[in-house]
Design a protein around this ligand. Structure first.
Ligand SMILES: [Fe+2]
Ligand SMILES: [Fe+2]
Length: 187
């Protein structure tokens, strides 16, 4: 059995638990928006996050990596707080911070792929690539919902994510195939 490095193990454990936080957050987000089609779209994103969690768990089980009780607890609390806050933050902020977080999540999966590849392991490439791309789709969904809103230029300046600034270098319109995706999220 190949021994994974500490960074990769932590990345997997964190992603597994953070996906739960994301799913919880989207339950609150979907609950707080009024528009029916928006609700359904956010519900779909919630389902995507549960699927990611299941896929990450499969990889962890393959290497006998235990679920971190601490991360499970921490991200449970974070997810519930974000979920509840959607009802008080108004319409704009849940979209903005969801997009901002998704933007960062994209690279988590491409970085995992790089760690695995450095160990000579390529069998998780497709699933990790697909998760990274899915997070990008989530980012773009939230960005498109708010990009023309007045508050956007203010938030973009303060929180460094928005129309001009992404936390990853993935371009969905010119998406690279999995075997060329190494240029994504290179440090
Ligand atoms: Fe996810
Ligand atoms: Fe996501």
């Amino acid at each position: 059995m190949i021994q994974l490095n500490k960074e990769l193990i932590t990345l997997l454990q964190q992603a597994y638990s953070a996906e739960k936080a994301a799913a919880f957050a989207y339950i609150g987000h979907a609950g707080s928006v009024k528009d029916k089609t928006e609700k359904l779209k956010i519900k779909q994103i919630e389902l995507d996050e549960w699927n990611h969690r299941a896929d990450v768990l499969k990889i962890m089980q393959h290497y006998n990596i235990p679920i971190s009780k601490w991360y499970e607890f921490k991200y449970h609390v974070i997810g519930k707080i974000i979920s509840a806050s959607c009802y008080v933050l108004g319409w704009f902020m849940p979209y903005y911070f969801a997009g901002n977080l998704e933007s960062g999540n994209v690279c988590e999966y491409f970085r995992m792929k790089q760690y695995f590849n450095a160990l000579g392991i390529t069998k998780h490439d497709v699933v990790l690539y697909e998760m990274g791309i899915k997070e990008k789709e989530h980012e773009v969904f939230f960005l498109n919902a708010i990009k023309d809103k007045k508050a956007m230029s203010f938030f973009e300046k303060i929180f460094l994510w928005g129309r001009r600034k992404s936390l990853n270098n993935v371009d969905l319109e010119n998406k690279l195939p999995v075997e060329k995706s190494d240029v994504y999220c290179k440090k």
